[in-house]
Design a protein around this ligand. Structure first.
Ligand code: PLP
Length: 387
C-alpha cells in the first residue's frame, strides 16, 4: 500500500460508519434474529480487521469467514467472546486448530462431521459446530440423502454441540424467483428431521425476502458493504461505503482520427481531451472496462476510451472542467453517484467481484469513527436507509 496519500495512484476510501449504519439497517429488518457479519475475502476487499472492529462496536458478535486461515488472522482482532464461524469447515486434520483458537466450523460433509466427532471424542467433550445442508444450490452442505444416512446412526450428532442448522440461498437477489420458496420448503423439511436447534438461512438478499427467511441468525456480507441486495440496484436501501479515486497523471489533446491505447481500439471522432488515470487492471480495474463505463471528474462523466492497461486507464475528459484536469488531481471511479453495482454491470460482472478484486496498490483510508476492540462505548450513528 502507498505510504503517503500524495504518492498513491489511487485512493480507496472506506466509510466504517456507513458499514455500521448498514449493520443497524439489516439488524432492524431481521427483527428477532441475530445479525452476523460476513468477513470472508478480507471483508470483501475492504479490510477484515477494520470492519470487524467497527461491527463489534455496534454489537455484532458473530462473524463468518471462509477459510481457517482467515479465522486465525481475525481471532486477535475481535473480543474474546466473539464467535468466528468458518464456512468451509476444517481442512483434513486441522480440527485441533479450531479448538485451540475457538473457531467454530461449518460442517459441510459427512467426513467433516466424522472428523469433528472424532476430535470431540478425543477431548471427551462436546464441540460447537454449524451443520450446513444443501437445499438446491449443490455447492456446500449435506445433501438430503446424506442427512438421511446421518440419521441412521443411533446418535447422529454425538459429540456435536449443534449451534445452528444452516443452508444458503441460490437466487435470493431475485425476489420473485420460485427457487427461494422451494429452498425454504426443503430447509424446513430437513429441519423437522433433525433434533431441534436454531437455524440460519438468509444472506443479505435473503433478509429482504421477509421474516419467513430470517430464522435465528442472518448472515449478510454484501449489503454491509453497500452492495445492493436486489438486482434492482437503482433502489438500493444501503448506504454507500466505498469511494475509489484515481489520480490524473497526464492529459493530452487529440485531433480527429487520432487513436488511443493498446491495439488502438478507440479513434477520436473530433478534437478531444484525453486524461490518463493511474489505475489499471493490476489494481482490479478490469480490462473489461475497455471502451465501457466512465469516471466522474467533478461530477461530469468522462467515458473510458481505449483498452484498459495494467497500470492506467484513459478517459475522454473533453466535457470536464479544465481546472480539474491537472496532473495530481483525483477523479471518481466508484462514488455515491457511481455506485459499485452500476460500475460492475458495465463490465458484465457484479459488485462483489469488483470489491473483492480491488488491488493492494491503493492508499486505503478509513473514514468514520476510530474505534478500539473491546470498546464498551456503543457508537450510535443516525442511520436510515438512504431511500
Ligand atoms: C458469502 C456468504 C454469505 C454472505 O452473502 P452476501 O450475499 O454477501 O450477503 C452468507 N452465507 C454464506 C454461506 C456465504 O457463502
Amino acid at each position: 500500500m502507498a505510504e503517503r496519500a500524495e504518492h498513491a495512484g489511487a485512493i480507496l476510501n472506506i466509510d466504517l460508519s456507513a458499514i455500521q449504519c448498514n449493520y443497524r439497517i439489516l439488524q432492524r429488518l431481521a427483527g428477532k434474529a441475530r445479525c452476523a457479519g460476513v468477513l470472508k475475502a478480507n471483508a470483501y476487499g475492504l479490510g477484515a480487521n477494520e470492519v470487524a472492529t467497527a461491527l463489534s462496536a455496534v454489537g455484532c458478535t458473530h462473524f463468518f469467514v471462509a477459510h481457517l486461515d482467515e479465522g486465525l488472522a481475525l481471532r486477535p482482532h475481535v473480543p474474546e467472546s466473539t464467535r468466528i464461524f468458518v464456512l468451509h469447515g476444517p481442512p483434513v486434520d486441522t480440527e485441533m486448530e479450531f479448538v485451540r483458537h475457538r473457531l467454530t466450523p461449518v460442517l459441510n460433509s459427512l467426513p467433516q462431521v466424522v472428523g469433528w466427532q472424532r476430535t470431540a471424542h478425543t477431548l471427551n467433550r462436546r464441540l460447537p459446530a454449524i451443520l450446513q445442508v444443501d437445499t438446491g444450490m449443490s455447492r456446500l452442505g449435506l445433501s438430503k440423502s446424506e442427512v438421511q444416512t446421518l440419521l441412521l446412526e443411533p446418535d447422529p450428532l454425538r459429540g456435536i454441540d449443534l449451534q445452528y442448522l444452516m443452508s444458503h440461498l441460490a437466487c435470493a437477489e431475485q425476489t420473485g424467483h420460485p427457487m427461494n420458496q422451494a429452498q425454504l420448503a426443503a430447509f424446513t423439511a430437513l429441519r423437522k428431521g433433525l433434533p431441534p436447534c436454531p437455524a440460519s438461512f438468509a444472506n443479505s438478499s435473503g433478509i429482504f425476502l421477509g421474516p419467513d427467511y430470517h430464522f435465528d441468525l442472518v448472515r449478510p456480507g454484501a449489503a454491509l458493504y453497500g452492495i445492493s441486495p436486489s438486482i434492482d440496484s437503482a433502489n438500493n436501501p444501503m448506504q454507500p461505503v466505498v469511494r475509489l479515486q484515481g489520480r490524473i497523471i497526464q492529459t493530452r489533446y487529440l485531433g480527429t482520427g487520432d487513436r488511443v491505447g493498446y491495439s488502438l481500439t478507440y479513434q477520436a471522432s473530433g478534437p478531444c481531451c484525453i486524461a490518463t488515470i493511474a489505475v489499471g487492471y493490476a489494481d482490479g480495474w478490469l480490462r473489461a472496462f475497455s471502451n465501457r463505463g466512465a469516471v466522474l471528474i467533478g461530477g461530469t462523466r468522462a467515458p473510458i476510451v481505449g483498452n484498459v492497461s495494467m497500470d492506467t486507464v484513459t478517459v475522454d475528459a473533453t466535457e470536464a472542467d479544465p481546472a480539474l484536469l491537472h496532473p495530481g488531481m483525483l477523479v471518481d471511479l466508484i462514488a455515491p453517484d457511481q455506485p459499485v453495482d452500476v460500475v460492475a454491470a458495465q463490465a458484465g460482472t457484479i459488485g462483489y467481484e469488483i470489491l473483492t478484486g480491488l488491488g493492494n496498490r491503493y492508499r486505503r483510508q478509513y473514514v468514520g469513527v476510530p474505534m478500539q476492540v473491546n470498546a464498551t462505548r456503543t457508537y450510535q450513528p443516525a442511520c436510515e436507509p438512504t431511500n
